[in-house]
Ligand binder design. Structure first.
Ligand code: NAD
Length: 495
């Protein structure tokens, strides 16, 4: 398998065929590490989305996937995971070229994607219903069905991995799926469409259609024949998607942004916490929904901690992402780089102290790419914009606190509630924080790991519903109650 296999997609995957966009148009694929285009993807529109939905509906009705023996569905999904592992290196290479993330992180994403399909391969045969004794001698059966045609719209930061969070449980439940990946990183998702077919999935069970949010995402979200729309992306887009689903009165699942607090108490293992805070923000260039982007540090260790974190930031090797030594790669686009840089300027203007970073990197091998230095902004206050708004880049804001009560109050002082970290050696304190912090995930003395076995998702403005774990299966199934009389039927009108 050549490492270039997934760099040039064969088209959209619709109804088991590679198809160009009906318009014949394509979008360029830019390498964030050079700023230069190297490939193209279909620039799909409403007509392509209609085709994909029709194909998904027809496969659903045929029962070739939805009514397949669940263990057989599981075997095909397991086979898909094996093919992902077989092509792991080529997929990782494509992910790196497309998204700018370090090759070693792309390899983790691909292995993680295979894990996700394996987990849900096992789940396919574990879906069960319920029975209830009902009054009037009725037997109540509560049966579980696939929800139907599932649309998924996903972001560019973990392209195939986050897509798998939605696609795998949806397929395990027997749904037919349309995946619309981000136009900024679609290569591996398009590749997934071909691998599903090769694994033995019937045509139309998984359709992948690339295109912009406006041209392809909006028609998918607003289509009445999509029974559920599962979305991961920014809050602004999420609101638009929810509005169009509201007009249809059809369900959505929403995984949105975050501004996750990472709380460091003075009784924590200091070095471990410094390493954890650096990993919490600089992993994936900080382009990570759950990034620990607000580090809250107890005032007794504050200055020492800021220095430690800045030292870690300075030590990170920012290199072309295909370089095996690369520890931090390029941001996704020029526009995004400028947004990140703009936030740093705003923070400094508002009174934050720039401890390290705060500049674009474009010397030598980085020339032309969207590289930004790992950045630490200290003395950030809760009223600063950089304290509450998602920057989505390698920029951490550090804020001191005095005691546990203040730490929790600061942690909860945003619209978001996706994830949080707590660093302490005091078990009772850790438990109190776990209970008091408004978020869907809390790490204690660690950060960032989101294995498929446990549910992931947010509260407040970070969305609702859960990816991962057996909980995700609730999103992709619907219940049907059957009340079955076991006694003679009395005449209601007799007396
Ligand atoms: P985005 O909202 O710009 O785009 C997400 C997807 O929505 C893309 O596929 C895009 O094409 C599509 N889209 C854009 N406009 C649309 C419209 N009008 N109708 C329908 N679809 C539309 O987000 P992004 O920049 O790709 O990703 C970054 C955001 O995603 C961040 O806010 C990040 O926190 C969030 N994110 C969240 C999670 C999570 O699990 N909570 C995971 C990864 C990323």
């Amino acid at each position: 398998m050549s490492t270039s296999t997934y760099l040039e997609p064969l088209g959209n995957m619709i109804g088991g065929e590679w198809r160009p966009a009906r318009s014949g148009e394509t979008l360029p694929v830019e390498d964030p590490a050079t700023g230069r285009p190297f490939s193209q993807i279909p620039a799909s529109g409403a007509a392509d989305i209609d085709d994909a939905i029709a194909s998904a509906r027809s496969t659903l009705r045929s029962g070739s996937w939805s009514r397949l023996q669940p263990s057989e569905r599981g075997r095909i999904m397991w086979q898909l995971a094996s093919l992902i592992r077989r092509d792991g290196e080529a997929l990782a290479h494509a992910e790196t070229r497309d998204s700018g993330k370090p090759i070693r992180e792309a390899r983790e994403d691909i292995a993680g994607t295979a894990d996700i399909f394996e987990y849900y391969a096992g789940a396919a045969s574990k879906l069960t219903g319920q029975s209830h004794p009902l009054p009037s001698a009725q037997l109540g059966m509560v049966m579980r069905f696939p929800i139907g045609v599932v649309g998924t719209i996903t972001p560019w930061n973990f392209p195939i991995y986050v897509a798998a969070w939605k696609v795998a449980p949806a397929l395990a439940c027997g749904n037919s799926v349309i995946l619309k990946p981000s136009e900024l990183a679609s290569l591996t998702c398009l590749g997934l469409g071909g691998l599903a077919l090769e694994a033995g999935m019937p045509a139309g069970a998984l359709n992948v259609v690339s295109g912009t949010g406006g041209d392809a995402g909006a028609p998918l979200a607003g289509h009445p024949d999509v029974d559920l729309l599962a979305f991961t992306g920014g809050v602004v887009t999420g609101r638009k998607v929810m509005s169009s689903r509201a007009q249809l009165v059809r369900p959505v699942q929403m995984e949105l942004g975050g501004k996750s607090p990472n709380i460091v108490f003075d009784d924590a293992d200091f070095d471990r916490a410094v390493r954890g805070a650096a990993f919490g923000i600089f992993f994936a260039q900080g382009e990570n929904c759950n990034a620990g982007s607000r580090v809250l540090v107890q005032d007794t260790i504050y200055e020492r901690f800021v220095e430690g974190l800045a030292g870690m930031a300075r030590s990170i090797r920012v290199l072309p992402p295909t370089d095996e030594r690369c520890q931090m790669g390029a941001l996704i686009s020029r526009a995004h780089l400028e947004k990140v840089a703009g936030y740093v300027e705003t923070g400094v203007r508002e009174g934050a102290r720039l401890v390290t970073g705060g500049r674009r990197l474009d010397d030598g091998a980085l020339q032309g790419g969207h590289f930004y230095a790992p950045t630490v902004l200290a003395d950030v206050r809760p009223h600063h914009r950089v304290f509450t708004e998602e920057i989505f880049g390698p920029v951490v804001v550090v804020t001191p606190f005095h005691d546990e009560e203040e730490a929790i109050q600061l942690a909860n002082a945003t619209e978001y509630g996706l994830a949080a970290g707590v660093w302490t050696s005091n078990v009772s304190r850790a438990l109190r924080c776990v209970q008091e912090i408004d978020s869907g995930y809390v790490w204690v003395n660690t950060f960032n790991y989101t294995p498929v076995e446990a549910p992931f998702g947010g509260v407040k403005g970070s969305g609702f519903g859960r990816d991962c774990g057996m909980q995700a299966l609730d999103t992709y199934t619907t219940w049907k109650t059957v009340a079955w009389a076991t006694a003679p039927f009395t005449n209601w009108y007799e007396s």
